[in-house]
Design a protein around this ligand. Structure first.
Ligand code: C2E
Ligand code: MG
Ligand code: MG
Ligand code: MG
Length: 280
């Protein structure tokens, strides 16, 4: 019945509120508090070189350590934070934390931080990034910022200006979840993009689905010929790893290598890997 009544906001205030709306409402109130109390935590998912298997860095993935509900996924609270206007403060906090943490890793390793489209259009972004690097004493080339195609649609002039300024700082730009959005080829040559991350939905279908096989090969070939690096996201099986490495992907990320893990664990993993590496 609620569906038939359409999207009237009046519906929200009827006593027949759905469970989902109730949960959302209570999360909204909690999120305000969480921002002030810094209930967030940054996990890191290691990435490897597709050829050698050596670690190349990690992606920072935020979690909300909710006092009653436990560890909450960003899929649930990032869209809410964007709607409520908290994404700027959460995003800046993640950026700072990720830079501080990465500064303790071996110097050849990078850290990737996801940017919401709202952050990309915030005039303060370049200064926020600059400050995060300076405070952590992290060289700019060790930071990658992940954006999605959605960030670029309709904001191309402003987005291009910001991305150019970020590149001038020495930071790299990655196009995340590639293949799921509009994937206009014009983005690849109009914007200063260093890396394409091929979305998990393609990786999960190889090697059995011939279309996904062709798509991955084509994206990797196109990106490489434009001077970009290619990451395969969501590697879960050894078959997917072997295919991606052979299909032109430079770097790998996925549960097969590691799930996202807390700072302490990733720091140990990276430190051990350096010790185990045979002297050159
Ligand atoms: P993403 O940037 O595409 O990150 C990759 C997501 O895929 C992560 O989910 C990761 O845990 C998951 N993943 C990695 N490998 C595998 C795999 O082998 N199999 C499967 N099934 N999943 C895998 P997570 O951590 O839940 O994050 C979801 C999304 O939330 C991220 O997608 C990103 O868009 C967003 N997000 C996370 N942290 C932040 C942040 O600090 N700021 C912003 N704006 N967005 C964030
Ligand atoms: Mg990402
Ligand atoms: Mg992704
Ligand atoms: Mg994703």
């Amino acid at each position: 019945a609620a569906k038939a009544a359409g999207r009237s906001t009046f519906q929200l205030y009827q006593p027949s509120m759905s469970e989902e709306i109730l949960v959302r409402r209570s999360l909204e109130a909690d999120l305000r508090r969480a921002v002030n109390r810094e209930e967030f935590e940054v996990y890191y998912q290691p990435q490897t070189d597709a050829k050698t298997g050596a670690f190349t860095g990690a992606e920072a993935l935020v979690r909300w350590n909710h006092p009653e509900r436990g560890l909450l996924s960003p899929v649930i609270f990032i869209p809410l934070a964007e709607e409520l206007g908290f994404i700027g403060s959460i995003g800046s906090w993640v950026l700072k934390k990720a830079c501080m943490d990465a500064a303790t890793w071996p110097a050849h390793l990078t850290v990737a931080v996801n940017l919401s489209p709202i952050q990309l259009l915030d005039r303060r972004l370049v200064r926020i990034v600059k400050n995060a690097l300076a405070e952590a004493n992290l060289p700019a080339h060790r930071l990658e910022l992940e954006i999605t195609e959605t960030s670029l649609i309709g904001n191309d002039v402003q987005a291009l200006a910001v991305l150019n300024e970020l590149r001038e700082l020495g930071v790299s730009i990655s196009l995340d979840d590639f293949g799921t959005g509009y994937s206009s080829l014009s983005y690849l040559h109009r914007f200063p993009i260093n890396r394409i991350k091929i979305d998990r939905s393609f990786i999960s279908r190889v090697p059995n689905d011939p279309d996904s096989v062709s798509i991955i090969r084509a994206i990797a070939q196109l990106g490489t010929s434009l001077g970009m690096k290619i990451t395969a996201e969501g590697i879960e099986t050894d078959e997917q790893r072997v295919f991606s490495a052979g299909g032109g992907c430079d770097h790998l990320q996925g549960y097969l290598i590691s799930r996202p893990i807390p700072y302490k664990q990733v720091a140990c993993l990276f430190a051990e890997a350096v010790l185990q590496k045979p002297a050159a």
